[in-house]
Design a protein around this ligand. Structure first.
Ligand code: ZN
Length: 276
């Protein structure tokens, strides 16, 4: 069994503040350790369910420098990672598709946050709150869970497991169905505060959930948006609109709203994704 673990930081137990997830900030090292250990828990769970190839994608910032400018940084601590996984860094966000293309049994999203605008969603945003206000697929507002699930689904790969705060888990179930396995490691009290489950116990829960998800693999279908597919992006600032004006096939329908239509999600998404 081959499993891809997409990982993000903001949904990890103990992480509630931007300083824990931002390069150079004093609390960042604490955040990196919490993040890496929670990923390890998911890796152990996948191994316990029989996964033989496990690839972790560092989906928090690593890779942003190459595609968006700015300094490079890693969020994973490689030395702490479980020896039975391999890991991808510095690949543009959501753009590591190799595993999906080759055929992969399941995708996890570990440590994910809720979409931008979610009430009491810890560190809620959609890709970057400085760039995107809302993203929709076929008129349904989605967050990063929906986008990654649709990328995986484009290759027939189901997203079977989501961990994060309670709001991210609710968002995932609303989109992917009640058979989806989720583990909430904290309850969001505001955008910057949570009631957390102690990381040691949270990791046990994440490990058990990962195993359960893979044992229930067949229950959750791949998420494939209806075709043809429309991706709409509401952009925060007018000055961020210029790159979209130069993309063939992309329409600007309002001063800060772009639409990309494709035969399927992948075609529509690739056109407007900033991560090539
Ligand atoms: Zn993140």
């Amino acid at each position: 069994m081959r499993v891809l673990i997409m990982a993000d930081m903001e949904g990890v137990s103990g992480i509630v503040h931007w300083d824990q997830v931002s390069r150079g900030e004093a609390m960042y090292q604490e955040g990196r350790r919490l993040y890496t250990e929670e990923i390890n828990a998911a890796v152990r769970g996948a191994k316990n369910a029989g996964a033989k190839e496990i690839v972790v994608v560092d989906g928090h910032g690593a890779g942003a420098a190459a595609t968006m400018g700015g300094p490079a940084f890693n969020s994973l601590i490689p030395d702490l990672l479980d020896e039975d996984c391999e890991f991808v860094t510095h690949h543009g966000w959501g753009n590591y598709l190799e595993m999906f293309e080759q055929g992969c049994d399941a995708c996890f999203f570990v440590g994910i946050h809720s979409m931008g605008g979610t009430p009491n969603g810890v560190l809620s945003h959609t890709i970057s709150s400085q760039h995107w206000y809302n993203i929709t697929i076929n008129d349904r507002v989605v967050g990063e869970i929906g986008i990654v699930a649709a990328l995986a689904g484009s290759f027939g790969v189901p997203m079977v497991y989501v961990t994060g705060d309670d709001k991210a888990c609710d968002e995932a179930k609303a989109l992917l169905g009640s058979d989806l396995t989720t583990v909430a490691v904290k309850k969001g009290l505001s955008r910057h505060s949570a009631r957390n489950i102690a990381p040691v116990r949270a990791r046990r829960m994440v490990e058990e959930g990962a195993k359960r998800a893979l044992l229930n693999l067949k229950k959750v279908p791949a998420f494939v948006p209806a075709k043809p597919t429309t991706v709409r992006m509401d952009i925060v600032l007018a000055d961020l609109m210029d790159p979209y004006r130069r993309i063939p096939g992309v329409e600007i329908i309002e001063p800060r709203t772009v639409i990309s239509r494709g035969a399927d999600f992948l075609e529509a998404w690739k056109r407007v994704s900033p991560y090539k």
